[in-house]
Write a protein that binds this ligand. Structure first.
Ligand code: NAG
Ligand code: NAG
Ligand code: CU
Length: 164
């Protein structure tokens, strides 16, 4: 019985964790607006759950914008890295490989100063089959019951040999 319960628990845990582990989410930055001026990317990012392994895609008309990955200072002050570090395809896919805060800015003109910048926080993946799984809730025999008589035993009346 206990074995079966552990099996069921295992299957439930596996079913719940596998979609998280195997299917990465692809976020289109700005959704239908894409990567552009006059869009609030902080509002867009708010409440979204970015996980390691997910992708973000910057979509824009090639030549109209670019994407630089920067650090927090570069984000704050719109410091553009060397031009050869820019993503310029208009369909720039970035795999979120590590957890933590990530910052992106547009490198065209003063677009970053005008607000074309994105900061996100990437979450570490949830561990699925860790050895720290919660213990099985299957009932174990209670040792050290406060009262010696087993009158309070939860087994059905007819199955309790102590009544006979
Ligand atoms: C942020 O990046 C700039 C280059 O763009 C670099 O000079 C600076 O040291 C970095 N700051 C930190 C805190 O890593
Ligand atoms: C954008 O890039 C992704 C792969 O990163 C590709 O699957 C998709 O077809 C591309 N879309 C366009 C419009 O080029
Ligand atoms: Cu731009």
């Amino acid at each position: 019985m206990a074995f079966n319960r552990v099996c069921i628990l295992f299957l439930v845990a596996a079913a719940m964790s596998f979609p998280i582990m195997s299917s990465a989410t692809e976020f289109i930055v700005g959704d239908d607006s894409g990567w552009t001026l006059g869009f609030d990317y902080q509002a867009w990012a708010e409440g979204k759950n970015f996980q390691v392994g997910d992708k973000i895609v910057f979509k824009y008309l090639e030549g109209a914008h670019t994407v630089f990955k920067v650090n927090g200072t570069g984000f704050q002050n719109c410091i553009k890295p060397p031009a050869n570090e820019a993503l310029t395809s208009g369909n720039d896919t970035i795999v979120l490989a590590t957890a933590g805060r990530k910052w992106y800015i547009c490198g065209v003109g003063s677009h970053c100063d005008m607000g074309q910048k994105l900061a996100i926080t990437v979450q570490a993946p949830a561990l699925a089959l860790s050895p720290n799984m919660p213990p099985s809730p299957s009932p174990t025999p209670l040792s050290g019951k406060p009262y010696p008589p087993k009158v309070a035993d939860k087994r059905p009346f007819l199955m309790n040999p102590h009544w006979w």
